[in-house]
Structures are given as structure tokens and as C-alpha cells.
Design a binder for this molecule. Structure first.
Ligand SMILES: Nc1ncnc2c1ncn2[C@@H]1O[C@H](COP(=O)(O)OP(=O)(O)OP(=O)(O)O)[C@@H](O)[C@H]1O
Length: 681
């Protein structure tokens, strides 16, 4: 390229040579012939799968630019910052691209040299002279914007490209924010794997985005370790998981599992029933963990008599006091019920071996194993430390008033015990209509019997809604790993929603996690968030309102209407704007509104379904709105959203969630009076 080419042309040239380099990398991967290098077919399969994944990861996605930024360092990173040391230029993108010589063309955003792209400022330029952001239109590089971080004459200003990215209308599922992660978000994204983090942030402050980028970052920085131990993202429901499922693959991470808490504990039983709130509240209380522990341990009985082991012509007797000693010792250890049960026969056998040695025999390990398998020993173990089925244990606690009373003594009062007991005792584990809270109890019991497998890192989104027992279920899946907890106390809509992060983190087993707060709002326009924040003093006193960084003032209207057809009309008006439209209504109103939309010939989707040019309207029951966003929201009948919940505070919190889903505009339509709490404060 000639020297006279414009800077934009030069950047475009770098883009096309980077694309060519990526293509070459992909072709190299495709051409790999592994037939000669692998000794057996199992290895070949594994290797082939890795190569296929690499090929997939090297795809050049036309809608995601290969790089979005450039950093011109004053000195080569890592080199002595001596006078005269040469600077270096890096293009920052979603993945590494190198040329035929192996020199980098694009650097992964997660690499240490990329960090100043997110964090450098005039105050702390981090050895960066120039930060350049690129703007794309339909895959074409069309603009760039520079910040000369070390130039004292240049004033600090907000980036227009950044602002445009934040203001861009939303269509379809959630997208990554890799080009515009903010400094305070980046600190959370890049915090170390060893520590757990908890992020409190109001609606639209980017908690979900931060959590997903953090997983991508950790997978980059600790790929091998996490490939072994695994990562998991937990979200509130299937629609939400569907909404976020594209983000990690877009960042090149295909292996992260996603689940709801219900999915985590599913397996032993099928959930077909539901609890009334008071019962669910007690079943979700952390005291239940102790009830279960006691109930399980009550099955351990101290031996009434000793064990006699016959071997050949000799009989060996382990006296009951000796057995008792063994059992007490095992009970005193921090061992799972099942592990201790497995250890017991060996302990008894050991006691026999000691006697054999005293009698002048020289038994070896094989003899000890044989004694451990002896029928008399097995029978004793079964009696002393019987096998326990976790589901049966929970079934008995919830059906047998005496059994519950015995183990809940001093933990649950009489009324509480009555509340959790089933009206009719169950006949078998299979016929019980298990509730979601029961499944969590079974999961706790299962963990008492056998340690739950722990992952390397778990991200828990919308964490404020979990019960203490659910936190414990999540916590044991990260007992040897770390967690990222994301939530907003003001959006807690379950009867057991947490009151404080310290409490939640305690139940999760991560009391030392750092609590960070995000307050800059990227979703909701100022007028809308100001209106919604009127509810804050009633639903979460003490929490700071979100400060919107959106420049677009958005559309905001509160409209009194007289009939349901006016709601349909409001949706039709909203459809005149581009982007996605959400009609949010109390769950009980959705059927009626759905019928009216159909009669009006308007196509609509369910939450989580992907919007298309033909179908941009989603009918969202208020109970499923959490975590989602739409360009324009028509919020139907706030009073019905509030009264749809068992208590007023929950109702107002549900309303707060519904009011904060809009990116560009919110129209509140109501035929009945608005809740008084929406009056100006
Ligand atoms: N740094 C950023 N640059 C551009 N967009 C951003 C940034 N951070 C967040 N966003 C956008 O703001 C919107 C809200 O983000 P997100 O859903 O992560 O917020 P949240 O805190 O989880 O909200 P809620 O509490 O409602 O679940 C998303 O569209 C997200 O892409």
C-alpha cells in the first residue's frame, strides 16, 4: 500500500490481510492429517474432535468484525521502558490471528496486552499512546476514532463509536459487548479464578454481560484447568438461557454448560407438583439442612453385639464395645455418610487382623479384604450403617410426623412442621408429586450421602431469587471452585428472595467473596429508569438508583385507556419502530391479550423465541420478563402485575422488573388506577 493511502484505507488493508491470514489458519487446520500420528482410534477420535472445534472457532463470522480496536504502545510490552525502546501496535479482536510467520495480526481481547484497551485512561495511560476504536457498517470498516492518551492537550471525551454501540437497537438474542466493556466491568471480568465475586447491580447495568465475558476470560486464562473441571452458567429459566446462549459461542467458547437450578437438582425424582408459598419457604430454609443431617444420621445404630468372623477352623470376635469405638470414630470424622459406610467393613476387618497378628498369624492385605467381604461383617455393616436412598429419606420426613418431629426438634416449631408435612403420606418415591423445593432437599440429602461433583467455576445469574437451600445446592457444585454471583436485591420476586448478599454468600459457602456494585445503566433510558426508580424506596430501601448512560432520551408514556383493544393498538404503534417489541402483562392477563392479538392478525412469540423481521412482537408474562430486554415495551396494567403476586412487596418488585426491560421506549397502558407507589417521590 502506498504511503499516500488514507489511514482508513490502511486499516481496511489490515482487515483484509487479517481475514486472509485467518482463512489460511483455517485451511491449515482442515488439512491436518492425523492418521499417521495417532496410535489408536480413541486418540484419533479425540484429536479429530479438537481439530473440528478449532476449525469451527476459526470461522470468519461476517457479522462480527475481526478486530474492533487498536493500541499503539509507547514501548514493546514487557520490554524495558528505556528511552528509545520501540513501541508496538496491536489490533484487538475476538480471537488471535497470526500470519504465515506466526506474527500476530489480531490479538485476543482477553490477552494481557489487550487490557489497556478497556482500562487505560488519560490519568493512567498504561504505556499506551493511542487507543483507536473502529466502526463497522454491515461488515465494512467505515470509521475510526482516536484517543491520544498521553497528549496533555487533548481533552477527555466520551467515544461516539462506543455511544453508538450502546444505543444500537436490539434484535434477537443477547450479543457480546466485547468491543465496549467498561473499566469497572472489566475489573470484574478479569478478576482471578481463585476468588469468588458477587455483583450487585440495578437493571441493565450489564451483570449478565459481565458474567458471560468473565467465563470467556477465565476459559482463556485457565483453559486447561477449566477444561478438566468444567464451567457452568446458571440462569432463572429456559427462556432466559435461550436468550443468552449465543454470547459465549460468539466469543469462541462452545463448551460452557447452561442450566437452571431446577435442572441442577433434577434426576433422582421427577418434579410434577408445586408447593404453597409457606411450605416452599420452610423447605428452602437452611434449617432444613440440619434436619436432613440429623435424620440421615439417625439411621446409624450402635451395635448391640459383636461380630464373629469364621475363617477356616478359627473364629474371631470383634466385641460390641470395639465396634462402637469404630463407629464413633467414623461419625466424628468429616466424612460423607456413604464414604464412612464404605470404610466400615475395612475398619472391622482391621480389628480382626490385629487379633490375628496377636495370635501369631501374618495376614496380608488380601486377608483383610476377604474379612471385609465376609458375610458376617457385611450383615453387621448393613445393620449399623444401612444404605440410604436420599429420596426415601425426604419422603419419610415429609410424610411421617413423628420422624419429622424427632429430627426437627428445636429447629422447626410445631406449626412449621405441620406446614411442610404432606396432607396424605406418600406410598412410594415414584408416585409422589415432588415439588421443586423437594428436589432441592433430595439433592442436599444426596450430598450428605455422597459428595457432589464440583466444577471449576460457576456463574449464578439472577441470584437474588434463590432460597438458602438452593444456594447450598449451587455452592456444593463449586465447593472446590469459585463462583460469580450476579443479582439485584430490588428484583427479588420469590418469597425467599435474599435480603443481603452476605447471607447469600454464606449459604453458598463463599463468605469471603468480594461484593462489587455496578450503577451505570446501559439498557434503560433516563426517563424510564427515573420512573421505575420511584419504586425503589418501597422494594429495596438503601439501594442506589441506576444512572443511565443512554443519550437517547427514549420514548416514555403513561397512557390511560378504556379497553383491552387499546393495548393491541399500543403494540401496533410500537411495531412502527425498528427492533424488538415486548408486550409485558400480568401472567393472568396473557391469555386474553394473546387472543386479541391473534384476532387482530398480529403474530407474536413467546419469551426466548428468536425475533425475526416478520415476528418482532413477544408476549411476555411478567413472571418471565426477568433478565430479558426489548427495544420497545408496552407494559399492560401495572396494578394487575402487582396484584398477581402473593404480597405487595413482591408485586412491586415484579413491576420494577417489568418497567426496566425497555431499551428505547416504554408505554405503560392502564385502565385501572396505577399503584400509588408510582407517584413521584
Ligand atoms: N459495556 C457495555 N457496552 C454496551 N452495551 C452494554 C454494556 N454493558 C451492558 N450492555 C448492554 O446493556 C444491556 C443490559 O445488560 P445485561 O442484561 O447484562 O444487564 P443486567 O444487569 O443483567 O440486567 P437485569 O438486571 O435487568 O437482568 C444489554 O443489552 C447489554 O448488552
Amino acid at each position: 500500500m502506498s504511503q499516500s493511502a488514507s489511514p482508513l484505507d490502511r486499516e481496511r488493508a489490515h482487515l483484509s490481510s487479517s481475514r486472509a491470514a485467518l482463512r489460511a489458519m483455517r485451511e491449515d487446520a482442515e488439512a491436518l492429517d492425523i492418521r499417521d500420528v495417532t496410535a489408536n482410534w480413541v486418540n484419533a477420535e479425540v484429536l479429530q474432535r479438537q481439530i473440528e472445534e478449532r476449525i469451527k472457532a476459526l470461522a470468519d463470522l461476517s457479522h462480527t468484525p475481526l478486530f474492533f480496536g487498536r493500541l499503539d504502545y509507547l514501548h514493546a510490552p514487557g520490554a524495558e521502558q528505556a528511552e528509545g525502546a520501540e513501541g508496538e501496535q496491536f489490533y484487538i479482536g475476538r480471537r488471535h490471528v497470526h500470519d504465515a510467520e506466526g506474527d500476530p495480526m489480531v490479538i485476543d481481547w482477553r490477552a494481557p496486552v489487550s487490557q489497556p484497551f478497556y482500562r487505560a485512561s488519560k490519568k493512567d495511560p498504561m504505556d499506551v499512546a493511542l487507543r483507536r476504536r473502529f466502526g463497522y457498517t454491515g461488515g465494512e470498516l467505515t470509521a475510526y476514532e482516536d484517543e491520544n492518551l498521553t497528549d496533555p492537550a487533548e481533552a477527555e471525551r466520551t467515544s461516539q463509536l462506543l455511544q453508538q454501540e450502546i444505543e444500537r437497537p436490539r434484535v434477537g438474542p443477547m450479543r457480546d459487548i466485547v468491543a465496549t466493556i467498561q473499566p469497572e466491568q472489566d475489573e470484574i471480568v478479569r478478576s482471578g479464578l481463585a476468588g469468588s465475586v458477587c455483583v450487585q447491580g440495578g437493571p441493565g447495568t450489564g451483570k449478565t454481560a459481565v458474567g458471560l465475558h468473565r467465563v470467556a476470560y477465565l476459559l482463556y486464562a485457565h483453559r486447561e484447568r477449566l477444561a478438566r473441571t468444567g464451567t457452568l452458567v446458571i440462569g432463572p429459566n429456559k427462556s432466559f438461557l435461550h436468550y443468552i446462549e449465543q454470547v459465549l459461542p460468539a466469543l469462541g467458547e462452545l463448551e460452557v454448560k447452561q442450566a437452571t437450578v431446577d435442572d441442577l437438582v433434577a434426576g433422582p425424582v421427577e418434579v410434577r407438583g408445586a408447593d404453597e408459598a409457606p411450605a416452599a419457604l420452610i423447605k428452602g430454609d437452611a434449617r432444613m439442612a440440619e434436619v436432613l443431617r440429623r435424620a440421615l444420621r439417625s439411621h446409624i445404630t450402635l451395635p448391640g453385639e459383636g461380630v464373629v468372623v469364621v475363617r477356616g477352623s478359627r473364629r474371631w470376635r470383634v466385641a460390641s464395645y470395639e465396634l462402637e469405638e469404630i463407629v464413633r470414630e467414623l461419625m466424628g470424622r468429616d466424612m460423607r455418610y456413604g464414604a464412612a459406610r464404605e470404610a466400615l467393613p475395612q475398619r472391622i476387618a482391621h480389628a480382626v487382623l490385629v487379633q490375628m497378628e496377636r495370635a501369631g498369624e501374618a495376614p496380608d492385605d488380601r486377608v483383610q479384604n476377604a474379612v471385609a467381604r465376609n458375610t458376617a461383617v457385611k450383615a453387621a455393616v448393613k445393620e449399623i450403617w444401612p444404605p440410604i436412598d436420599p429420596a426415601k429419606l425426604v419422603m419419610r420426613l415429609l410424610s411421617d410426623a413423628d420422624f419429622l418431629a424427632e429430627h426437627a426438634d428445636g429447629l422447626l416449631d410445631e406449626q412449621e412442621q405441620k406446614t411442610v408435612l404432606w396432607a396424605k403420606p406418600a406410598r412410594s418415591v415414584k408416585t409422589v408429586k415432588w415439588s421443586a423445593a423437594d428436589a432441592v432437599l433430595i439433592d442436599e440429602a444426596a450430598d450428605l450421602v455422597e459428595r457432589t461433583h464440583s466444577l471449576g467455576h460457576v456463574v449464578l445469574d439472577e441470584a437474588q431469587d434463590l432460597s438458602p437451600m438452593q444456594y447450598r445446592a449451587v455452592g456444593r457444585r463449586a465447593s472446590t471452585g469459585s463462583v460469580t454471583v450476579l443479582g439485584d436485591l430490588a428484583q427479588g420476586t420469590t418469597p425467599w428472595a435474599t435480603q443481603s448478599w452476605a447471607e447469600a454468600l454464606g449459604h453458598l459457602g463463599k463468605p469471603d467473596a468480594v461484593v462489587e456494585e455496578l450503577t451505570a445503566g446501559f439498557r434503560v433510558p433516563t426517563d424510564v429508569i427515573t420512573y421505575a426508580s420511584r419504586l425503589l424506596p418501597h422494594i429495596a430501601p438503601g439501594l442506589a438508583p441506576v444512572a443511565s448512560v443512554r443519550e437517547n432520551p427514549g420514548v416514555f408514556e403513561v397512557r390511560g385507556v378504556s379497553e383491552d383493544l387499546d393495548v393491541v393498538a399500543a403494540c401496533r404503534e410500537a411495531l412502527e419502530h425498528e427492533g424488538s417489541i415486548g408486550l409485558i402483562a400480568a401472567d393472568a392477563r396473557c391469555a386474553v391479550l394473546g387472543e386479541l392479538l391473534t384476532e387482530a392478525g398480529m403474530v407474536f412469540l413467546a419469551p426466548g423465541e428468536e425475533t425475526t423481521a416478520e415476528a418482532r412482537l413477544t408476549l411476555v408474562p411478567a413472571s418471565l420478563a426477568k433478565g430479558l430486554e426489548y427495544d420497545y415495551v408496552v407494559l399492560d396494567e401495572p396494578a394487575a402485575v402487582v396484584s398477581g403476586e402473593p404480597d405487595e412487596r413482591t408485586g412491586l418488585r415484579r413491576l420494577y422488573v417489568a418497567l426496566t426491560r425497555a431499551v428505547s421506549g416504554l408505554v405503560v397502558v392502564h385502565a385501572t388506577a396505577l399503584p400509588g407507589e408510582l407517584a413521584p417521590v
